[in-house]
Design a protein around this ligand. Structure first.
Ligand code: DMJ
Length: 473
């Protein structure tokens, strides 16, 4: 096994059997009569249902993957309604293939995983005269390549990751160390001085892992400095805002929350402590989550808990909105050991889902009115369900997952793939199937129902795009 490689246990082949048809029929008959004779315990029933649902998830994954393969293979993503492809920039970066690769492996889709890996290794090139968004490319491509390298030991994937990391490094050359948002992969020129905590602070799992696997600390140092530079600019009450200028270090939007543009900044403070044993990250996480719990958390009586918006300087409530992206936070709370808050927030997130049978992008939890009705196939609420089930083993989370999966299939499945919704109220579909459907949404649904040995939760840290990274250094 190459250095730095680890082997995940074989993904469970839920639909595969090596039995002869005759033997299979006798076994089915014996099992069926035994099942009639013996009353099933709740635990056994949960296991049987889980296996059945995991197999369904796998089959729905293949349905969506089939659409991508047929109409968009070799491109960034599929437009599922018009059955055409979409590339983010002037040239494909194989976003869906790289993002999906570790899920293909975990689902035990060996042939698909092998052909996709081969395609990526032979065709992915970063030598493009194109400006790319550092954050998106880091979490999807760098994270995907590193995780797939760790799963397969294929050195070509690590070489691609290092090549990409080298090309992204110029983003950090700002007067403050906060990263520019865009970089030209060929020239190294940068753009986009106005960034946000999520884009600046969600890089260390990927760059840090690259540093460890290539033994080039520069990747760790630059990404860690970016995270620290956001933290250093927290307000006196410990909150961060939404927009910050990387050249002046000044906040240009003081709205504080856990939603878009801030969310995964919190996630990486905690996870970089856990993955790298970085004590600075631990300190920053503990202080930051305490401030979030004090000023962003909104207790509504009867134990109901939401997290809303507040001014980063005064702590004054500015909005009572929560949405699909905020639903990552129960997972982070659970991972940090705060199971009680995690459970209460997850109950609210699930309530948000059941209002319309699919969660909206933004909900006003005071009025229960949907403020932005889109649903682009987001994974966060499923991720939190998986974490809570892992930590509590409470079958209520399996039932929650089953409900959400049923709704998800009912409203988002198309003839040959899956599509986001323009509106969770009308259920009108949008012509979009982002790569995180494969990297995250299907992966978390599958892991929720698959046997725990499919992926040993305690051995990995997921990046924000659900790419599992293992500490092999
Ligand atoms: C993903 O790209 C990542 O999970 C990111 O942190 C937030 N948005 C999408 C999924 O919703």
């Amino acid at each position: 096994m190459p250095p730095g490689q680890f082997a995940f246990p074989e993904a469970d082949h839920l639909t595969k059997s090596r039995m002869t048809p005759r033997l299979l029929i006798s076994c089915v008959l014996v099992l069926a009569s035994a099942a009639r004779a013996l009353p099933r315990s709740a635990g056994e029933q949960a296991t049987l249902d889980s296996r059945r649902i995991a197999a369904q998830v796998r089959s729905e994954f293949l349905h969506a993957w089939g659409g991508y393969r047929k109409y968009a293979w070799g491109h960034d993503d599929l437009r599922p309604l018009t059955k055409t492809y979409h590339d983010w920039y002037d040239h494909t970066l194989l976003l869906t293939q790289v993002d999906a690769l570790d899920t293909l492996i975990l689902l035990g889709l060996k042939d698909e995983a092998a052909s996709t890996r081969e395609y990526v290794a032979r065709n992915l090139s970063f030598d493009r005269d194109t400006y790319v968004q550092n954050f998106e490319v880091t979490i999807r491509l760098l994270g995907g390549l590193l995780s797939a390298y760790q799963l397969t030991g294929d050195k070509r994937l690590l070489r691609l990751a290092e090549n990409l990391g080298n090309r992204l490094l110029p983003v950090f050359d700002s007067p403050t160390g906060l990263p520019y948002r865009f970089v030209n992969l060929k020239t190294g020129k940068v753009r986009g001085p106005e960034t946000n905590p999520a884009e600046a602070g969600t890089l260390l799992i990927e760059f840090g892992t690259l540093a460890k696997l290539t033994r080039r600390p520069v990747f760790y140092e630059k990404a860690k400095r970016a995270l620290v530079e956001v933290y250093k600019r927290r307000s006196p009450i410990g909150l961060v805002g939404t927009h910050i200028n990387v050249e002046t270090g000044a906040w240009t939007d003081a709205d504080s929350h856990l939603s878009a543009e801030i969310d995964s900044y919190y996630e990486y403070l905690l996870k970089c402590w856990l993955l790298f044993g970085d004590e600075d990250c631990k300190r920053m996480w503990l202080e930051s989550v305490a401030a979030a719990n004090k000023y962003l958390a909104d207790e509504r009586g009867d134990g109901e808990l939401w997290y809303g918006h507040a001014d980063m300087n005064t702590g004054k409530r500015t909005a009572t909105t929560f949405g699909a992206l905020d639903a990552f936070f129960p997972a982070v709370l659970a991972l940090s050991g705060d199971i009680e808050r995690a459970k209460r927030l997850q109950a609210s997130a699930f309530r948000m889902w059941t209002l319309n049978g699919v969660e909206p992008e933004v909900l006003n939890y005071r009025t229960m009115q949907v403020e932005y009705a889109g649903y682009p196939l987001r994974p966060e609420i499923v991720e939190s369900t998986y974490y809570l089930y892992h930590f509590t083993r409470d079958p209520a989370y399996l039932r929650m997952g089953e409900t959400m999966f049923g709704d998800f299939v009912k409203f988002c499945k198309t003839e040959e793939a899956y599509a986001g919704l323009k509106s969770v109220v009308t259920k009108e579909k949008s012509d979009s199937m982002q790569s995180f459907l494969f990297a995250e949404t299907f992966k978390y649904f599958y892991l929720l129902f698959a046997p725990p040995k499919t992926l040993r939760f305690e051995k990995v840290v997921f990046n924000t795009e659900a790419h599992p990274i293992r500490r092999t250094w």
